[in-house]
Design a protein around this ligand. Structure first.
Ligand SMILES: Nc1nc2c(ncn2[C@@H]2O[C@H](COP(=O)(O)OP(=O)(O)OP(=O)(O)O)[C@@H](O)[C@H]2O)c(=O)[nH]1
Ligand SMILES: [Mg+2]
Length: 353
């Protein structure tokens, strides 16, 4: 099985998510100018240091400056086979995956991240790969407040009508301000399995035992077994400072529940022209590598936990290389999901399996 260079070095263990990655030597080319954060840091608010009048601008999509020289590394910093054979092998791995814990038939993965980072798009993109055409199952939006409002679970179907061993849970975005954001309490309630599918989050009514459909004593099948954070590569340097603190608090609490976490870096096409034109260039891109390091620092996570992906956003047709990257992300998620089952054996104190 094809492994990335970094993956072969991973020796993940529970509660050890790696040190916050130090930014490496700057890449040999200039990153696009929009990656440099030159905003004046004066006003402190729930949006971090962003001046109120700048909030709108920072939420807006900024075109990357592709005029900057974008030299490529000759040797990719991760290895990947971009072939039809490898795609088939990854599809087989995902389709035949079943959780190693006998008590459950499907792994439950929560896709979590800031508003508009591409959570719903990732779920739809994975479905698209198995459907053989681009589909939009998880509703995708383009608004500054979270388009997804509810907790919605998606059985990843590997063939028409045939569910895989993977369920992905889509949820409202985090960090979009006090009035619209998802609270830490609600997220933890979801991970613990208390929140029913379809629950609509509201700040006025945080999840409690009074919530309609509240699951008082969740079974393992109702809990979350892995969290996949999703961050937008083109917004890494403009995310409010406060979001870094939110990620850290979240990761601490999620780790306490024994749930492993990985991350997906979306919108890579917006930070590297070569990758936009041909996704197989992603691991030769100094810009993507640089932004991966910044994402690692933001999430407080080693980059070996992070996989870049190009979601199907405006495409009408599938692309082999995008499929390979998306499938490698799913494979990555499943490996960390398995650690959840391995770490909790019946003879251990925290018996869930
Ligand atoms: N260029 C590009 N656009 C993307 C990518 N992934 C998602 N998008 C676009 O980003 C926007 C937001 O995507 P969503 O999938 O709705 O994001 P979300 O995280 O589910 O957002 P909320 O539900 O609102 O929190 C949509 O316009 C997508 O088409 C990507 O990899 N590249
Ligand atoms: Mg969404």
């Amino acid at each position: 099985m094809d492994k990335t260079k970094e993956k072969s070095k991973i020796k993940p263990s529970l509660f050890n998510f790696g040190a916050i990655s130090e930014p490496p030597e700057p890449p040999s080319c200039e990153p696009p100018s929009f990656l440099h954060d030159t905003r004046p840091k004066t006003v402190s608010s729930i949006f971090g240091d962003i001046k109120p009048e700048e909030k709108k601008e920072n939420n807006a999509f900024k075109l990357p400056d592709f005029s900057a020289a974008q030299a490529k590394f000759d040797v990719p910093w991760r290895n990947m086979e971009w072939t039809e054979e490898h795609k088939k092998s990854l599809m087989k791995t995902v389709s035949s995956y079943r959780p190693s814990c006998e008590k459950i038939t499907q792994a439950q993965v929560l896709v979590l991240g800031p508003v508009g980072s591409g959570k719903s798009s990732f779920i739809s993109s994975v479905q698209s790969v198995f459907h053989g055409r681009v589909v939009n199952r998880a509703m995708v939006g383009s608004m500054s407040t979270s388009f997804t409002k509810k907790l919605q679970t998606f059985n990843i179907q590997v063939q028409k009508g045939e569910d895989s061993g993977l369920v992905m849970c889509d949820i409202k975005g985090i960090g979009d301000g006090e009035m619209t954001g998802l609270t830490l309490h609600d997220i933890v309630s979801v991970i613990k399995g208390h929140v029913p599918n379809g629950h609509k989050f509201s700040l006025e009514q945080p999840v409690s035992s009074e919530t309609v459909g509240y699951v008082k004593t969740p079974t393992l099948a109702e809990k979350i077994h892995c969290v996949a954070f999703v961050v937008d590569a083109s917004k890494i340097t403009t995310y409010p400072k406060s979001i870094g603190a939110t990620f850290r608090r979240l990761r601490e609490q999620i780790s306490d529940l024994g749930v492993h976490q990985v991350a997906l870096l979306t919108h890579i096409d917006r930070i590297c022209a070569a990758t936009a034109a041909d996704v197989s260039q992603v691991y030769k891109s100094p810009n993507v590598q640089d932004v991966m390091n910044k994402a690692g620092a933001l999430l407080g996570m080693s980059t070996s936990y992070i996989i870049p992906v190009k979601n199907y956003s405006s495409e009408l047709d599938l692309d082999l290389k995008k499929d390979v990257l998306l499938l490698s992300a799913v494979d990555h998620i499943l490996q960390y999901t398995e650690l959840f089952y391995q770490d909790y054996k019946p003879n251990k104190k925290q018996v869930v399996c």
